[in-house]
Design a protein around this ligand. Structure first.
Ligand code: IDP
Ligand code: MG
Length: 160
């Protein structure tokens, strides 16, 4: 961590963001990516992908015992998803704020789910819930060669 990060306790983190099949089918890919781009986070991985059942089950393994689990797996594997890795200071919690509450009817206007969705079972986007899960999920959805290390030209204008 740089001196600035230590002083302000702002850690550079990684998060796994995924546009779910409903977001892709509804033509919301550009809109959703745009929100993370405009905020100032750095995109380090991006692909359109048809998720195998086993991967969906591994990704959501903490929800295995929930009654909605089979429907959730059907939903996530029902069409292509957009897999993304994003990096930045506090990106995990900030992305969750940009995404909004799990139930879109409870999500604040201005959030992705608050603006673009109506039901928990069709809530258009996923975001990791902790830095550890961010790392775990990026490793699950991407191979090493699919991620990029790069320096956006805007960085000195975003981070003092
Ligand atoms: P999150 O996506 O906001 O982190 P989680 O509780 O981790 O929410 O649940 C993962 C996903 O499982 C949700 O985004 C949603 O797609 C689905 N889900 C959660 N709760 C329900 C439910 O009660 N009915 C149907 N689907 C649900
Ligand atoms: Mg979750």
């Amino acid at each position: 961590a740089s001196m600035v990060n230590i002083l302000f306790q702002e850690e550079v983190e990684e998060t796994y963001i995924m546009i779910k099949p409903d977001g892709v089918q509804r033509g919301l890919v550009g809109e959703i990516i745009s929100r993370f781009e405009k905020k100032g986070f750095k995109l380090t991985g991006l692909k359109l992908f048809e998720c195998p059942k086993e991967l969906a089950e591994e990704h959501y393994k903490d929800l295995q015992s929930k009654p909605f689990f089979p429907k959730l797996i059907d939903y996530i594997t029902s069409g292509p998803v957009v897999c993304m890795a994003w990096e930045g200071i506090g990106v995990v919690a900030s992305a969750r704020k940009l995404i909004g509450a799990t139930n879109p009817l409870n999500a604040e206007p201005g959030t992705i789910r608050g603006d673009l969705a109506v039901q928990t079972g069709r809530n258009v986007v996923h975001g990791s819930d902790s830095p550890d899960n961010g790392k775990r999920e990026i490793a699950l959805w991407f191979r090493e060669g699919e991620l990029c290390t790069w320096m956006p030209v805007q960085e000195p204008w975003l981070i003092e």
